[in-house]
Each structure stands twice: as structure tokens, then as C-alpha cells.
Design a protein around this ligand. Structure first.
Ligand code: GCU
Length: 594
């Protein structure tokens, strides 16, 4: 659908950019050529989307530039919201949301501030995002109705996103034919079920002709799915694909399927294996408009994970990689944690294999969008990396800083943010082991919080050592899910990277890392260093005159840094004390451990 005078066009024209739409220019969809000479910027594209992205590029230009052509690496670049229509008693308005309420819904009703939605659409388009799913993947009863009698609300949101070439998707419940349609089954092979989805989907397209499609979390953490009927996930995904196909819609079917009611005594079940075990045998069986959406790591958005082997093992399936900008396990937007260095390393491995990059949004109704003002950089970079995964993460940060702050703030912001992911990793769970967070809200340390739980996330620390043996030789065999060269690299202690050692191996505390340090000394050293680095960040920020960035923003960041400092000390002391008490091995430097 083509808006005749889209809002963005008027605003960009104010900047003096010459836009030429030339369907015969030979550039593909969304691509553009940009040049700047004598202060005049010209953008040429075959379609309006290309002009849009070229216009935002014009705002990033600094001085004259020879002509260059740009096209997106991934055709689909989606921001997914875990927003609830109704406030959920445990998860609130936004599940794992750290930026206030939802941009779309407030206490059961559509937001009264659709202009804010337009601003958000503009913000996302400026980063290259072209799709958004507006509701939580955990689809509760009230939210399920967005597909049917509350569809008008989705249409209103779509009218705002459309101006910026962003297609709207809905998360749907696999049980909708029963809960909304009154059928007694949701079996994907049942003719009535197929007819129900076909009718419901046609109604969606009657109202939203450029609707993107469905996002589905099935047979996962209590959500309904095809397993209940003895069907496969290909059966389930293809059911929805058939309903969407006549309209050009797509299904984003999530691979996040595992047993969340595991017996912690059972050492043979390994959650890391689950997605590969379920999905790789189905390679080639998904319909043409199904995209399998795979979390970037095999567990769940931990600070450090290897790339999911599913992304390396399904050549006959369309794939999306799922990233998480909302900082569920990385400081919840109270801690500075600039994630693109992690995302870039994932994308450097998988970019050529995926056609979509999906990111769980960290934005909400907060005036700074992201709670922590510096968390905006993650939102910005998620879109930019989906467009071009080869961008250098620190140059990207520099771009965001230049567009957002006066030059005088740049050195301090770089000092705080460049290595903030590494710093976060230093003071939290060590060497890729993950999940030492407080159960439930996932904030702050609790080393044994998940150790005897049903969630399948264990570290197996005892008096001699720590880590999960996932080798083929003696462990769960997870390393065998990787193709070479990863399989051998992770299987062998000689070649497994230090930062992932405890993800793949159970080793004694005295095991010597490639760095030359023992595991226990690495734990002590990194935890002292991480907390010290945060203290230095606090001092750097305090020394920046508030007027440079604005008093309110300076104060907001300062208060969050104070919490980050408190929390980093708590992490340091709990982790160091825990491992000192388990191992009985003293810190070689004699620092205070409790
Ligand atoms: C995590 C998160 C949940 C979320 C789930 C998902 O487990 O804690 O809140 O629903 O991921 O991605 O589906």
C-alpha cells in the first residue's frame, strides 16, 4: 500500500535531500544509491522503501560522499514485542519489559497515543526495521482476541506502521480454533481446524491487506501446540502457512521448544539439545512461507552462549535468528550492557544462512524509550545489524552517539559502553555457564537458584569442579549436533574457547585455561575486575558535566549506574564466596572473599 504523501517524506524533504524514484534503475527492493556533492544529497531507488532508507542514510552522512549503493542483507528485519493487552499478574504489561508500560496497550485498551506509535515506527524505520509483531509470544486469553473481535486495534496500529513500510505481525495461539472458534480440537490435520484458520486469516486480510503474518510459540513453556495431537511442528506450521499463503503472509514458527518440567536428577536430558532434536529431522518439510525462528544460542539469551546448531543444520528450511534487545539476562536496562559485540559474533557465523533477523524489543512508554537511556543503542544497532551484519559494532555505537549526543559526550560514552558486555560478563556467571540469576525475575545473583529446578539449566558445581559435560565422549552429546569445525573445537578441552569452557565441559577448579590461569583464579580475577570496571564507569559519568547531555538524562543514567555498581558488588561477592566455599582454594592475591 502506498501512502501518497507519507509523513517521513515531508520531514526528510525539509533536510534538502533530492529523492528520485526510478523503477527502471535496476536496484532491487528496498535498495538505494546515495551520493552527496556540494552539500546536496541525492537518493535514487526503485521503490518507496528504498527512498525511505536512503533518506535516513542521508541524515547519517557527514560531508560529501561519492555514490554508493546499499541493500539489506536480510529481507525481513523484525522487532518483536512481548506486550500484553491486559496487565498480567506476574509478567505485567510487558513480559520482560524494563521500559515502563506498552507502547500499544494500556490496562486492557489500545493506547490513546497513536502518535507515539508513529514516532516509534519512524525510529524503527530509521534503523532499517521493516516488520513488527505487536503482542507477546505467550498469548493469553484476552490477547488471543486480537486475531478476531479486537482486530480493529491491530488495524489502527498497522495504519501507523505502514507509513514507514513496516508490516504488522500478530502472535497467535495454536489453540485459537478451540478458545476462539468453539471447536473441540486444534489438530492441524482436522478439516474444520484448517477451515477455521482459513476464515480467520481471510478476515484479517480484509481489514489489513498488507498484514505480515503470524508468530507462533507452540509446545513451549505451557503454550499449546501440535504435540497434543501427535503431530509434528511441520504439521503445525504448515497449517497456518496454508491459511496465509493466498495473501502472501508468513509464519514465524519458533524453535524454542524444550521440556521445562525436567527432573534435575536426570543427567541424560540436556536442554541445549532440545531445539535440534525436535527440528532438524523436519528439515525440508516446512511450507514455502514458513520461517523457523531460532534463538541465537541453544539455551536462552544468556550473556555468553555458542551459536545454536539449529542455525547451522537446516539447509532446506528458511531461517530467522532471534536476538534479545530487552536485557532480560543482561542487566534489565539497569546495567549498561551494549550487546552488538555479541550479536556481531553470532551474525558473522549465521548471516549467510538466515533470511530474517528478529529482535525482542526493549522499548516501552518510557520517555527515553528504553528505561536506561543508553539501552537505546541496542535498539538502534539491532536494526542496523539486521540490514548490514558486517557493520563494526563499535563504529555503529559511534554512529548512534554522534546522532544522539554532542561531541563532547562521546569519549565518556565510549568509555562506558564499548566493552560493557565484557564487563557484565566478568562480574556475572563465569566461562559460559549461565543461569546463576534469581529465579523468576532473572535479576541479580543466585548461584543455586536454578540448580534443583525443573528448567534444565544447571551448573553442577561440587567441591572438585564445575560445568556441564556436553561432549560426545562422556557427556550429553550436544557437541555432536554441530557440523565441523565446531564439533571438534567444542568437543576437545584443547580447542574449546575459554569463554565457553563451562558450557561444554565439567572441569576441576584447578584446570588451566588457555589464558594460563586456573578456572578458580579466573573466577576471582574477573569478578574483582568487573566490579572495579563498573566503579570506574560511575566515576567517569559523575565527572561529565550534566549540561553536556542534559540534566535529566545525566541524572537518570547516574542513578542506574549506582544500581549497577551495587549489583556488580553483590554478584562479585556471591560468586566468589560460593566458589571459595565449594573449592576451599584461596585467591592467589589474597583479596577479601567472605
Ligand atoms: C524466556 C523468558 C520468557 C519468554 C521465553 C520465550 O524464557 O524468560 O519470559 O516467554 O523466553 O522466549 O518464549
Amino acid at each position: 500500500m502506498n501512502a501518497v504523501h507519507p509523513a517521513w517524506l515531508r520531514r526528510v524533504n525539509d533536510e534538502g535531500v533530492v529523492l528520485t524514484r526510478d523503477p527502471g534503475c535496476g536496484l532491487g527492493p528496498e535498495a538505494y544509491t546515495i551520493a552527496r556533492a556540494g552539500g546536496v544529497t541525492t537518493v535514487v531507488a526503485a521503490d518507496e522503501a528504498g527512498l525511505l532508507y536512503g533518506s535516513f542514510h542521508a541524515l547519517r552522512l557527514d560531508g560529501d560522499q561519492p555514490a554508493s549503493t546499499h541493500r539489506p542483507a536480510a529481507a525481513r528485519r523484525m522487532m518483536q514485542h512481548w506486550d500484553n493487552v491486559f496487565v498480567h499478574p506476574v509478567m505485567g504489561q510487558v513480559e520482560r519489559g524494563y521500559s515502563g508500560g506498552s507502547l500499544f496497550w494500556e490496562d486492557g485498551a489500545l493506547t490513546g497515543d497513536l502518535d507515539r506509535v508513529s514516532d516509534y515506527a519512524r525510529l524503527l524505520a530509521s534503523t532499517g526495521i521493516n516488520a513488527v509483531s505487536v503482542n507477546n509470544v505467550n498469548v493469553h486469553a484476552g490477547e488471543a482476541r486480537l486475531l478476531t473481535d479486537r482486530l480493529g486495534e491491530v488495524a489502527l496500529l498497522a495504519s501507523r506502521f505502514r507509513q514507514y513500510h513496516i508490516r504488522v505481525f500478530l502472535s497467535v495461539s495454536f489453540a485459537a480454533p478451540m478458545t476462539l472458534g468453539g471447536l473441540d480440537t486444534a489438530d492441524p490435520c482436522d478439516a474444520q481446524v484448517r477451515a477455521w484458520w482459513a476464515t480467520a486469516t481471510r478476515r484479517v486480510y480484509d481489514v489489513i491487506p498488507d498484514f505480515g503474518g503470524y508468530v507462533v510459540k507452540a509446545d513451549s513453556e505451557g503454550q499449546p501446540g501440535p504435540f497434543a495431537y501427535g503431530r509434528t511442528h511441520a504439521d503445525g506450521a504448515n497449517l497456518l502457512a496454508a491459511a496465509l499463503a493466498p495473501f502472501g503472509g508468513e509464519v514465524y514458527w519458533r524453535a524454542f521448544v524444550y521440556n521445562h518440567r525436567q527432573d534435575w536428577r536426570d543427567r541424560t536430558t540436556d536442554r541445549a539439545r532440545a531445539a535440534h532434536d525436535h527440528f532438524v529431522p523436519l528439515d525440508g518439510q516446512f511450507a514455502a512461507n514458513v520461517i523457523l525462528q531460532v534463538k541465537h544460542g541453544p539455551i536462552d539469551f544468556q550473556t555468553r552462549e555458542p551459536v545454536s546448531p539449529v542455525l547451522l543444520g537446516m539447509p532446506a528450511t528458511r531461517l530467522a535468528v532471534e536476538l534479545q534487545a530487552t536485557q532480560e539476562y543482561t542487566g534489565q536496562q539497569r546495567h549498561v550492557c551494549y550487546l552488538p559485540p555479541m550479536w556481531s559474533s553470532v551474525l558473522s557465523t549465521v548471516a549467510a544462512r538466515v533470511e530474517a533477523v528478529v529482535t525482542v524489543s526493549n522499548a516501552g512508554e518510557d520517555p527515553y524509550w528504553t528505561g536506561h537511556p543508553l539501552a537505546q543503542a541496542n535498539l538502534y544497532a539491532a536494526g542496523r545489524l539486521a540490514w548490514d551484519p558486517a557493520l563494526d559494532p563499535i563504529e555503529l555505537l559511534d554512529e548512534w552517539i554522534r546522532l544522539t549526543f554532542p561531541a563532547a559526550a562521546a569519549p565518556v560514552l565510549h568509555a562506558l559502553m564499548d566493552s560493557s558486555w565484557s564487563v557484565y560478563e566478568q562480574y556475572t556467571a563465569p566461562l559460559g555457564i549461565g543461569f546463576m540469576v534469581r529465579p523468576g525475575d532473572h535479576y541479580g545473583p543466585d548461584v543455586d537458584g536454578y540448580e534443583y529446578s525443573p528448567w534444565g539449566t544447571y551448573h553442577f558445581a561440587d567441591r572438585d569442579g564445575v560445568g556441564v559435560d556436553r561432549t560426545v565422549a562422556t557427556g550429553t552429546g550436544f557437541t555432536g549436533q554441530y557440523p565441523e569445525p565446531w564439533r571438534s573445537r567444542y568437543e576437545s578441552l584443547d580447542t574449546c574457547p575459554d569463554e565457553l569452557l563451562l558450557f561444554f565441559h565439567h572441569v576441576p577448579y584447578t584446570h588451566v585455561l588457555h589464558s594460563g590461569r586456573t578456572v578458580i583464579q579466573h573466577i576471582y580475577d574477573t569478578h574483582f575486575a568487573g566490579a572495579e570496571a563498573v566503579a570506574a564507569m560511575v566515576r567517569r559519568w559523575a565527572a561529565l558535566p550534566p549540561a553536556v547531555v542534559g540534566v535529566d538524562l545525566h541524572d537518570r543514567v547516574g542513578r542506574r549506574l549506582a544500581e549497577q555498581e551495587r549489583s556488580s558488588v553483590e554478584w562479585r561477592d556471591q560468586i566468589n564466596t560460593y566458589f571459595f566455599r565449594k573449592s576451599g582454594i584461596a585467591d592467589a592475591l589474597g583479596r577479601r572473599i567472605h
